[in-house]
Design a protein around this ligand. Structure first.
Ligand code: 6PG
Length: 470
């Protein structure tokens, strides 16, 4: 057996499909998984006639690779990655390239980068998006860390990536943890968009009494306009899918508690640390948290009454407003994510090109959508753009659609239906476009109880008032 071009460690869904994708692009691949059963099953079921070589211990895996070795780790983020690196690093030579393609926390990536560096290993933290199909046919790859590592392995990653606007949806985005940070914010945006679509579905179902099929048609129709995107498209397909056992739409048979693996939470935690306004991403994380309180919600439903359902709803008018609301919630999710990346880039020295980030997201990834092309153009024209809504065509979208978002929220609140992402999208946009907010009162309160001082609108300086003195 001649030496393989690249090695993949970790044969869960993403690892298997990336190995197959690499092979289909002409690379020979050695694979290894911690448990031999999985390697055997993969080798037997999916690799016949392909230049994919299974190995059953790390020494043979490493020995089978062309030097400098190129290794893609596709293992569970967290302890599993650390445990693997403990075993792997002593087997490698200076100049070998190690890529972590999992959803690692950015702080872990920085620690591992330093660990690899002490052994002369060229390390790359690469966020890979696109799920199973993306991994097999072309994901989006957000790489960061050691530039020399990208020079060696980048052509392979670009070969397997999706083709989007301006070429492969794979790029070296910056030093340190830039790649995993961008992927984390990608997932934050993913959470907000998914929740906004769920809110739209809930309003269709509970205010308009629409069936799964009816709602599917609306999402399919939206997918032909500015909302065209992977997530809207799969939402239409999901709503059409019928459960064989019950004959009902399968979505209705799924327990309403959303799980999460942590990337949306990390994105919000980092937004709070940076002081960047990303409330609808946080609202999406909290929405999943509330959904998980299934038992309590069931009890509260009987104890805390809401409004009676309204009878006089004009269906086409509400659907129109709902499309506006969904569009703006999606645009504002991107706006918040891009703002977070801008602020993080300054604080953490990533030097991100936001136009390039948006371009990498135009295909392959979960948040791919038609909107990403004008987003990339907006940041190309103005790299320091502070907020996406200020640039065309998004400013016009705001002007054309904010009334629809307001009408949707009024309907939702009237009906007692939670719309956390739609409503925080409007709140943050309304706050951003308000020259004078009531924060003057907050400052006065802080000064009242804590002598924290305030500044005045009419002269410079810092002031304190004895508020209770006669
Ligand atoms: C992607 C996805 C993926 C993510 C899953 C589940 O870009 O392909 O973001 O990386 O892990 O979608 O995430 P949650 O379990 O947190 O919903």
């Amino acid at each position: 057996m001649s030496a393989s071009d690249i090695g993949v460690i970790g044969l869960a869904v993403m690892g298997q499909n990336l190995a197959l994708n690499l092979e289909s692009r002409g690379y020979s691949v050695t694979v290894y998984n911690r448990t031999a059963e999985r390697t055997e099953a993969f080798a037997e079921s999916r690799t016949a006639g392909k230049r994919i070589h299974p190995t059953y211990d790390l020494e043979s895996f490493v020995a089978s690779l062309e030097t400098p070795r190129k290794i893609l780790m596709m293992v569970k983020a967290g302890e599993a990655t650390d445990a693997l690196m403990e075993q792997l690093l002593p087997l490698l030579d200076a100049g070998d390239v190690l890529v972590d393609g999992g959803n690692a926390h950015y702080a872990d990536t920085e620690r591992r980068l330093a660990q690899a560096h002490t052994c002369g290993i060229l390390y790359l933290g690469a966020g890979i998006s696109g799920g199973e199909a993306g991994a097999l046919h072309g994901p989006a790859i957000m790489a960061g860390g050691c530039r020399e590592a990208y020079i060696v392995v980048g052509p392979m990653l670009e070969a397997v990536a999706a083709q989007g606007v301006g070429g492969a949806c794979c790029a070296f985005l910056g030093p340190a943890s830039a790649g995993h940070y961008v992927k984390m914010v990608h997932n934050g945006i993913e959470y907000a968009i998914m929740q906004a679509l769920a809110e739209a579905y809930d309003l269709m179902r509970r205010v308009l009494g629409m069936s799964g099929q009816g709602a599917a048609e609306v999402f399919a129709e939206w997918n032909r306009g500015p909302l065209a995107s992977y997530l809207v498209e799969i939402t239409a397909s999901i709503l059409r899918y019928s459960d064989e056992e019950s004959g009902r739409p399968l979505v209705e048979m799924i327990l309403d508690t959303a799980a999460q693996k942590g990337t949306g939470k990390w994105s919000s935690q980092s937004a709070l640390d940076l002081g960047t306004p990303a409330p609808s991403i946080a609202a999406a994380v909290f929405a999943r948290i509330v959904s998980s309180l299934k038992g309590e919600r069931g009890e509260a439903e009987a104890l805390l009454p809401g409004p009676e359902p309204a009878a006089d709803v004009d269906r086409s008018e509400l659907l129109d407003a709902l499309r506006s609301a969904t569009l703006l919630a999606v645009v504002i999710a991107y706006a918040q994510g891009m703002r977070q990346l801008r602020d993080a880039s300054k604080e953490r020295g990533y030097g991100l090109d936001l136009s390039e980030v948006a371009r990498v997201w135009t295909a392959g990834c979960i948040i791919r959508s038609q909107l990403l092309t004008p987003i990339a153009e907006a940041f190309k024209a103005e790299p320091e753009l502070p907020y996406l809504l200020l640039a065309e065509p998004f400013r016009t979208m705001w002007i054309d659609h904010h009334q629809g978002l307001r009408r949707t929220l009024a309907r939702a609140h009237e009906a007692g239906i939670p719309v956390p992402v739609m409503s925080s999208s409007l709140n943050v946009a309304d706050a951003y476009r308000t020259a004078r907010l009531p924060a003057n009162l907050l400052q006065a309160q802080r000064d009242f109880f804590g002598a924290h001082t305030y500044r005045r609108v009419d002269r410079a300086g810092s002031f304190h008032t004895e508020w209770e003195s006669p």
